[in-house]
Write a protein that binds this ligand. Structure first.
Ligand code: CUK
Ligand code: CUA
Length: 639
């Protein structure tokens, strides 16, 4: 077996090399129909039909694009500091990046998923995972701002996240790395049997979306790669792909893929929820941060929590089963009906599809092939719905159009392959430029996909754009999937490395989009609601400047009485009550970013003057014809 696998690996490496040069020599434009340009053209002043939320990978952020135009509208700061918007720099948002490890101003953002009601995308929130220091963030789609981040304890490499159940009951996070739980000092070689995985079910409060870790399932020490919720008939279940079921501490090539089949873990979360609601599980001491941004005060607070409820799956019989799935499955995708669970085995020649109905049958008739640490393993043949034969090389992710078709990305053969649910026949394939990872159909992760476009997110762009030195842009490609054959329409550059995306019709979000913050609702502790109330207050070596902005001046604009060594807090309220009139400000030598203050909002930055003198400040955002006149001075005297 091992020899066979070694040769499979050798073959795959050759194919990787082959595909790369093969791709590079393809024509730069591919075959585009003459109507492609028309199909993506959104006339000046017109709006796109869909929003696409595309993760930034190592940028730590989430970018917002329009489809079909591919135009970039906003980069929402989530896990990384953003000097443009002062996120993680101003006093209000610094607590958002707090963790049990302290202030962590970067992460690797992977998988956005939009909240759902009754199995359909509802456009209220986007959830996204931070991989590196395990966290889940929530973005409010009325403001397009990150409003909550919860750290996930007992997790490392938070990759199997952050997918939402069909009534937004839970956002689910699974650990990629297994680790000692609780953490302790032990030899790494003793991994097997001692390291554990965790799958976290984080409840979402239906009104405000507040997150709370309801329970963590402590699992055998595999790597939990990706996951998707059941829907429709499989609502109440959650499915997770695993790899390294050998539990090797080093994954140097063959080691990691000895087993012919890894597992998809099927978790009956309804059953565990009932168990927990009856007092089941135990509270385990741990530490994790929970950071919440409050819109009324425009400020975040961070709390360190000290325990989490853990559940041993063996205490809840019938709650967890393993479905054997060939060769290191990556994506774990459930079709809109909830019947088919696609395991995308990266090193498998075929694509394996499991049947939810057959799984229930097998469970009912107790057709168990064995167990892993007491968790029953079902028979591969008993749960198999079908196999897509040799569709391509290196399958990663699958999406659905709601019309009975599935679309799978193949990293190694660099293509999107369209196939039919139920008959498993391949009906179309289109090349990607190059080495595609995830793909996205708006609403694809729900009962109701909007199967008009698919966006493919590529790992390599090579010659597709003007060169920009060794680092070239990452890229997405848009295909029209409304007909029998997919049609490539557009390439567009992306921010960071897009790992995954979620999309929805613009009409779900547009009507709820906030235009400004009402001044009378501003409950910021240092808000200044009129120019008459502006002041400078000294408290020992700390100075608070209560400042306002309105076109086109700051009040006060001449500040005296500041001394070298003071801590000067500028609390600036933007008095504007018009759409799209932010003001910006910073101070010379300030060890922070500028502020970009939205109408009705108050933001704070800290300035610690080091030198005597009279120092100017100015508005950094072009706000009116007199923007250049929007300025002032601070006089700094000796200490
Ligand atoms: S995922 Cu990137 S292609 Cu690692 Cu977040 Cu599948
Ligand atoms: Cu205010 Cu420019």
């Amino acid at each position: 077996m091992k020899t066979f696998l070694k040769s499979t690996f050798a073959l795959l490496s050759i194919l990787v090399a082959f595909t790369s040069c093969n791709n590079a020599s393809k024509s730069n434009s591919g075959a585009l129909s003459s109507s492609a340009a028309e199909k993506v053209y959104v006339a000046p002043g017109e709006h796109d039909e869909f929003y696409a939320f595309i993760s930034g990978g190592f940028s730590g952020q989430l970018s917002v694009y329009g489809l079909p135009s591919g135009r970039l509208f906003k980069v929402i700061p989530v896990f990384s500091q953003d000097a443009e918007k002062a996120y993680g720099y101003n006093e209000e948002t610094k607590p958002m990046l707090n963790t049990s490890h302290g202030f962590v101003p970067w992460d690797d953002s992977h998988h956005p998923d939009i909240s759902q009601t009754n199995g359909e995308i509802d456009g209220r929130w986007v959830f996204i995972n931070g991989n590196n220091t395990p966290r889940i963030a929530k973005i409010d789609l009325s403001t397009f701002e990150t409003t909550e981040i919860i750290e996930v304890p007992n997790s490392a490499g938070n990759h199997s996240s952050s997918f939402v159940t069909e009534n937004s009951e839970y956002v689910v996070a699974g650990t990629r790395f297994s680790i000692p739980i609780p953490q302790k000092d032990m030899p790494i070689k003793d991994y097997k049997g001692n390291f554990k995985g965790s799958l976290s079910f984080i409840s979402i409060d239906p009104e405000h979306g507040h997150m709370d870790i309801k329970f963590q399932l402590i699992m055998p020490g595999f790597d939990y790669d990706l996951s998707h919720p059941g829907r429709g008939k499989s609502h109440g279940w959650f499915f997770f792909t695993t790899y390294n079921t050998e539990e090797a501490s080093t994954l140097m090539e063959v080691n990691a893929s000895q087993n012919d089949k890894d597992f998809i873990a099927a978790v009956n979360w309804k059953k565990i929820e009932a168990y927990v609601n009856n007092g089941g599980g135990t509270m385990m001491p741990t530490r994790y941060a929970h950071n919440v941004y409050d819109e009324a005060t425009h400020s975040a607070t961070s709390t360190i929590k000290k325990e989490v409820r853990v559940v041993n799956p063996l205490d809840v019989p019938g709650a967890v089963y393993f479905l054997p799935t060939p060769k290191s499955p990556h994506g774990c995708d459930v079709d809109p009906s909830g019947e088919y669970i696609v395991g995308n085995g990266k090193l498998s020649a075929n694509l394996t599809v499991h049947s939810f109905t057959k799984m229930l049958d097998a469970i009912e008739n107790n057709k168990v092939a064995g167990d892993a640490y007491g968790i029953p393993i079902l028979n591969f043949e008993d749960v198999l719905a079908g196999v897509v034969e040799q569709p391509g090389l290196g399958p990663l992710h699958t999406e659905f159009d709601g019309k009975g078709n599935a679309y799978t990305t193949f990293f190694i053969s660099s293509e999107v392959v369209k196939w039919k649910l139920g008959t498993w026949e391949v009906v179309d394939r289109q090349a990607c430029y190059y080495s595609v990872g995830h793909l996205m159909i708006p609403g694809g992760n729900s009962q109701k996909p909007f199967g008009k476009y698919v966006v493919a997110m590529n790992k390599i762009t090579k010659d597709r754009y003007l060169p920009t030195g060794p680092e070239v842009t990452q890229s997405a490609q848009l295909y029209d999937i409304s007909g029998e054959k997919m049609e490539l329409l557009l390439d567009f550059p992306t921010v960071g490395e897009p790992h995954y995306a979620a999309g929805c019709p613009a009409d779900l979000i547009k009507p709820r989009s906030k235009k400004l913050f009402k001044l009378e609702d501003n409950k910021h502790p240092y808000a200044t609601l009129s120019e008459a109330d502006t002041k400078v207050v000294r408290d020992g070596k700390t100075v608070h400047v209560y400042m306002t902005t309105i076109r086109s001046h700051f009040a006060p604009d001449n500040i005296e009485g500041v001394k070298v060594g003071d801590k000067v807090y500028f609390h600036i309220t933007n008095l504007e009550q018009d759409y799209d009139v932010p003001h910006g400000v910073s101070m010379i030598g300030a060890n922070t970013s500028e502020l970009l203050i939205m109408p009705g909002q108050t933001e704070t930055f800290l300035w610690e003057p080091k030198q005597v003198g009279v120092w100017p400040f100015y508005c950094t955002d072009f706000c009116s014809a007199l923007h250049q006149e929007m300025q002032g001075y601070v006089r700094v005297s000796p200490a």
